[in-house]
Design a protein around this ligand. Structure first.
Ligand code: NAP
Length: 288
């Protein structure tokens, strides 16, 4: 495993996206805990979840409870593991997703996440998605309040454009915005501008749905000959090739492929060892 900077911490260059283990279609708890343990055993020390990763309503917080339980029953060194969670999204339980960026909502959300994760301070707390009905400054101001109160160790934002990143940088103060988590994959490249901005400003860029989304990766990658060719040349999966390409874009990039099986997260973890040549990288970058 190779490691990258997340604020002052070092995290695995590939993190584990927890969402497929908590939303509709999720596996049973035994399989999920085995998946998380396999990731940790492989040197992955960065797990991304959210309070909303659940089927909603009373199931809210499923992902955080699952991660806390998996860490509790893992024999390794938990102090080196960074659990990233998020607040600002909620699911009422009818399959829908909604945003709430009100300060009082976020205050209650961070307290609930602290309880579920059973920690004194959350490793990385991310404002999940801008709420258009609330000034961004007000919602992101909560991250500053949580940092100052010691409730969170590091602050990040998600689904943010350049203006919102700049706002968060200015509100949080120098060096305190450690990450931006945006959708980025072969089929969704519109966050390239934010990726380059993060690269220049020493902010980790965390691509979400890096493989194109839950249950879609195989059919999507079948349309990319450059990926399939490189996978064949190196005798690895096309998913490993995508992740290795993404890692090559900047040393600030930390993809978080979602997994609900240990086989897939172990395969993704191995992408940190895959070195693609210049020609392969050029062809993949040029494919659309
Ligand atoms: N900030 C946000 O708004 C936001 C939104 C969406 C997601 N996220 C985060 O981003 C993470 C990743 O996104 P995602 O889960 O939506 O999509 P994804 O990572 O693009 O794809 C996940 C799917 O890929 C499969 N997979 C993973 N590694 C594989 C491999 N090496 N070989 C073959 N198949 C592989 C998984 O299969 P199995 O399930 O069978 O293992 C799963 O079906 C989420 O888990 C979540 O933590 C954040």
């Amino acid at each position: 495993m190779r490691y990258r900077n997340l604020g002052a911490k070092q995290v695995s260059a590939i993190g584990l996206g927890e969402m497929p283990m908590s939303i509709e279609g999720r596996p049973d708890e035994k399989q999920s805990i085995e998946t998380i343990h396999a990731a940790l055993d492989a040197g992955i020390n960065f797990i991304d979840t959210a309070d909303a990763y659940s089927v909603g309503g009373p199931d809210t917080g499923h992902g955080e409870r699952l991660v806390a339980k998996a860490l509790d029953s893992w024999a390794g060194d938990k102090s080196a593991v960074v659990v990233a969670t998020k607040g600002g999204h909620y699911r009422p339980g009818d399959g829908s997703w909604h945003v709430n960026g009100r300060p009082e909502y976020l205050r209650a959300a961070v307290e609930a996440s602290l309880r579920r994760l059973n920690v004194e301070a959350i490793g990385l707390y991310q404002y999940h998605r801008p709420d258009p009905s609330i000034p961004y400054e007000e919602s992101v101001g909560m991250l500053k309040e949580f940092l100052d109160a010691g409730k969170i160790e590091m602050a990040g934002i998600s689904n943010a454009n350049i203006d919102q990143i700049k706002t968060a940088m200015s509100i949080l103060g120098p060096g305190n915005l450690v990450s931006v988590q945006n959708q980025f994959s072969l089929i969704f490249r519109s966050s390239e501008e934010e990726l380059h901005f993060c690269d220049k400003n020493n902010i980790a860029f965390i691509p979400w749905s890096p493989l194109g989304g839950i249950g879609r990766t195989k059919s999507i990658l079948a349309n990319y000959p450059a990926i399939l060719e490189a996978a064949k040349n190196h005798g690895v999966s096309p998913q490993q090739v995508v992740l290795a390409w993404m890692l090559s874009l900047s040393d600030k990039v930390i993809p978080i492929p979602g997994s609900s099986r240990k086989e897939t997260i172990l395969d993704s973890a191995a992408s940190t060892e895959l070195m693609l040549n210049e020609e392969e990288l050029r062809k993949i970058g040029a494919s659309s």
